[in-house]
Design a protein around this ligand. Structure first.
Ligand SMILES: C[S@@+](CC[C@H](N)C(=O)[O-])C[C@H]1O[C@@H](n2cnc3c(N)ncnc32)[C@H](O)[C@@H]1O
Length: 218
């Protein structure tokens, strides 16, 4: 069902460094149970991109129990934790896409999404890796297409380099989005949500203050 000729490659790790033994057969059976296959025109969706250990997906599913959260992540160690937490919390509104967010975006042009969350996208700080960064103006315009009217995008990052990159991407598509919290850039994520992801904690432990961008579709 997913097209295989998407041009946007997915970089980064699929397995954790510990190389802890994983029963992949069991893993893929579990993934199949929660797998995102296609859109249901009667549902409203939230897109959670690069979910790591899935903290944001669990948070969003609880917060918006009337919506379906599509959690996109290829990191197996993280997805295992997410799948475990879905079951222990009896959550029934998360679907997992074990792969690239572009696979999901490429199958529709319809406005299925109320909200898109991208928490701590890989910053790829070296210049030679800049092409790997996800938040380009092309990507934002792609999200614009599938967002409902007034739908919102939340992007968190603790990388100054990525903040600059996002500002540049945003400037290129300024006619598509309102930067809702532009006058409140000093607020932190905790002023908005009681949530701590792995990369949020990493940032705080290293005394880096995460920035949050809230963009509303125009
Ligand atoms: C730095 S981690 C952040 C994880 C989590 N959101 C957090 O805050 O702890 C970024 C994650 O995004 C995932 N990722 C990167 N590009 C992606 C893409 N195109 N589609 C889906 N996931 C992606 C990576 O696999 C990685 O696990």
């Amino acid at each position: 069902m997913f097209s295989s000729n998407y041009t946007n490659r997915l970089f980064g790790r699929t397995r954790g460094r510990s190389k802890k033994k994983i029963n992949l057969k069991n893993y893929y059976e579990k993934v199949d149970k929660y797998k995102f296959q296609n859109f249901n025109k009667n549902s409203e969706y939230i897109l959670d991109v690069g979910t790591g250990y899935g903290e944001t997906s669990i948070f969003l599913a609880k917060q918006f129990s009337d919506k379906v959260v599509i959690s996109c992540e290829k990191y197996i160690d993280g997805n295992i934790i997410l799948l475990k937490n879905i079951e222990t919390n009896n959550i029934n509104n998360i679907l997992l896409h074990n792969g690239n967010v572009y696979n999901v975006l490429d199958i529709t042009n319809k406005k299925y999404f109320r909200l898109v969350w991208i928490f701590f996208p890989d910053p790829w700080p070296k210049n030679r890796h800049a092409k790997r960064r996800l938040i380009t103006s092309e990507f934002l315009i792609k999200l614009h297409k599938i967002l409902k009217n007034n739908g919102e995008i939340y992007i968190a990052t603790d990388s100054i380099i990525y903040v600059r990159f996002i500002l540049n991407s945003l400037y290129k598509c300024k006619d598509y989005f309102l930067w809702v919290n532009q006058s409140k850039i000093n607020l932190s994520i905790k002023d908005y949500f009681d949530i701590e992801t792995k990369y949020y904690k990493k940032a705080i432990n290293s005394q880096r203050k995460p920035s949050l961008f809230i963009l509303r579709k125009l």
